[in-house]
Design a protein around this ligand. Structure first.
Ligand SMILES: [Mg+2]
Length: 382
């Protein structure tokens, strides 16, 4: 079998899809995208195509190493997202060619169903509580929401109190019928993270995510020494080589590599094993589309340390389309009590509605993340 063509489609809300065709008629799908940089990653994909056209798609390990090592410069958000989407499509092709789901190619399932969680948005606690109640009635019991808006390096106790009061109100309203993680989203500095974690600890969140920016990862260990709340991070780390010193330093309880940013299934399978060796759980980051989610699930079903899967149904970023709008087998993604069963179809297990993508690509979205500023006019982390 030979790779003959790579085609990319932009689609609302902020996604990029990749189709890889072969001379035997089998096609694979990937999602090589970085939120807000879809066109940059797309350019990288088409540059990498020079190393793929005419090659046997079954040689995933060799093609991965060729893409990673074959152009001297490597790593980083753009290149690793491009490799990630290509890697997903190659696994999809291989699974389809052999007639089995990717998790069978990775040694077979370790679990029957995978726990997922839902995002809840809204600025006011009452909005979050209402959404949680509504989703609870539909069978979801695990959630995540943002912990705070912009916060200065040293900020006022009143701002800390407001952030804590929000969580306290949610806990008071719903008790322990629901579980939730709190995303600091890299908005919080190390000094303020220390204060917030202490104040939030009695409210028993499942985890706090990106307690500080990933480039400040040396603070994960001292912060974890100061709190019993499990700390999670990893969505802005892109290779084994980046995760290595972070795991060695300790402090994280949950690793959150993104299967569309960190080199795809091939790389994240290895990152998951590194985490397992450090007694660190896996919760793949996925506020993206259906191919990215399917790739995550393939890994979740073979990684013993996978505990939670993020998914973007109803997420506040999904304007113009939602998770399953471009999917022909949405029933396979049904959530029962927050769990998704192993995807039964060969390859990644997702069937893409290409006609809808062709239509969507006629009006490519230009999603950009919001720009926030502090009260004094200086730029703030979003
Ligand atoms: Mg996050």
């Amino acid at each position: 079998m030979k790779i003959t063509r790579l085609t990319t489609y932009h689609a609302a809300p902020r996604w990029l899809f990749l189709k890889i065709e072969t001379d035997e008629g089998i096609t694979g799908w990937g999602e090589p995208v970085l939120e807000g940089r879809a066109s940059t990653v797309e350019a990288a994909v088409h540059e990498l195509a020079d190393q793929l056209i005419g090659k046997d798609p079954a040689h995933i390990n060799d093609l991965w190493q060729t893409m990673y090592r074959g152009s001297f410069y490597r790593g980083g958000a753009i290149l690793m997202s491009a490799i990630a989407g290509i890697d997903q499509a190659l696994w999809d092709i291989k699974g389809k060619a052999l007639g089995v789901p990717v998790y069978e190619l990775l040694g077979g399932r370790v679990r029957d169903k995978m726990k997922t969680y839902r995002w809840v948005g809204g600025d006011r606690p009452s909005e979050i509580i209402a959404q949680m109640r509504d989703l609870k009635a539909k069978g979801f019991d695990t959630f995540k929401f943002n912990g705070t808006e912009e916060l200065a390096i040293i900020d006022r106790p009143a701002k800390v109190d407001a952030a804590v009061a929000k969580v306290a109100e949610i806990r008071a309203a719903l008790g322990h019928e629901v579980d939730f993680g709190i995303d600091f989203h890299g908005r919080v500095s190390a000094p303020m993270a220390r204060v917030l974690l202490r104040e939030l600890e009695p409210l028993r969140p499942l985890f706090v995510e990106e307690p500080v920016l990933p480039e400040q990862w040396e603070y994960y260990r001292p912060l974890s020494d100061s709190t019993a709340i499990p700390l999670a991070a990893g969505e802005r780390m892109y290779t084994r080589f980046e995760f290595k010193p972070v795991l060695a330093a300790g402090g994280l309880s949950i690793l959150q590599p993104d299967l569309s940013h960190a080199g795809g299934i091939t790389e994240c399978f290895k990152i998951a094993a590194m985490a397992e060796a450090s007694d660190v759980a896996l919760a793949p980051h996925c506020p993206l589309g259906p191919v990215a989610l399917a790739a995550c699930l393939q890994l979740d079903f073979v990684a013993h340390n996978a505990v939670l899967q993020e998914q973007s149904i109803g997420i506040h970023y999904n304007e113009g389309a939602d998770l399953l709008d471009y999917v022909l087998n949405p029933q396979d993604f049904t959530c029962q009590d927050s769990y998704i069963a192993a995807l039964p179809k060969p390859g990644l297990g997702v069937e893409i509605d290409e006609q809808r993508l062709i239509e969507a690509n006629k009006h490519p979205p230009r999603w950009r993340n919001p720009l926030w500023r502090h009260e004094d006019g200086s730029i703030a982390e979003w």
